[in-house]
Design a protein around this ligand. Structure first.
Ligand code: ADP
Ligand code: MG
Ligand code: MG
Length: 199
């Protein structure tokens, strides 16, 4: 079972990974965007860390809804509302439970990802964060490691794609040959699940 503390560790591990990889995320965004994705994510997850330290939410669902709210209010740009919606909707789907199974988390994250597709209008293959999230959700019921590997493969798989949503889509053909920054950060978010679960 995954308790509230697991979800706090998930957010903390994401914040640490984003902090570690911020320069790489910004470099990816420099190639096909406006060079702010690393700083956006770092600022957002630092705020998440802060608020989780102060407010000590009592359920997995409230950890994620609180985190999502703070991403929306601190990140801005495209990724703030999209990541905020992902976590809020996932948290809402977890309801009031004090512990959840990995299958329940997989279902809830599926609902969160569906909300992101609805908000942003992107589909698989459009070269966005969804190209990491969708394959991860599909195998999340198997193991966190499988989800991490699927997200990473999905992120790397955005390199040959042409962007059809977001800022990178303005580049048209010239977006080909670069990894999508949001897919790269989504792979960090999914990879942090395995870290939170421990060895
Ligand atoms: P901005 O483009 O406003 O500077 P960021 O650089 O923080 O925002 O985030 C860019 C990332 O957001 C992209 O790499 C992509 O993964 C994601 N993104 C942008 N638009 C969409 C969308 N409509 N649906 C899903 N993801 C999107
Ligand atoms: Mg950007
Ligand atoms: Mg920007």
């Amino acid at each position: 079972m995954l308790d509230t503390d697991f979800f706090r560790r998930w957010m903390a591990a994401t914040a640490a990974a984003v902090d570690r990889e911020a320069d790489r995320l910004t470099e990816l965004d420099a190639a096909i965007g406006d060079a702010d994705h690393g700083s956006n994510m770092r600022r957002g997850f630092a705020a998440v860390n802060d608020v989780l330290g102060k407010e000590a939410p009592r359920t997995p669902g409230t950890v994620l809804t609180l985190a999502g709210r703070h991403l929306i209010s601190t990140v801005g740009g495209a990724s703030g509302p999209l990541y905020g919606t992902l976590l809020r909707r996932t948290g809402k789907a977890l309801g009031d439970a004090t512990e959840v199974t990995p299958d329940q988390l997989a279902d809830a994250l599926g609902a969160g990802v569906a909300a992101v597709t609805q908000l942003g209008g992107a589909q698989a293959g459009d070269k966005t964060m969804l190209d990491a999230l969708l394959p991860a959700v599909e195998v999340l019921g198997t193991s966190f490691e499988a989800a991490r590997d699927a997200a990473l493969a999905g992120a790397l798989g955005t390199v040959p794609l042409r962007a059809r949503k977001g800022r990178a889509s303005y580049l048209g053909e010239r977006s080909i040959g670069h990894q999508d920054p949001g897919a790269a950060s989504s792979a960090l978010l999914v990879g942090a699940l395995a870290e939170a679960a421990g060895p």
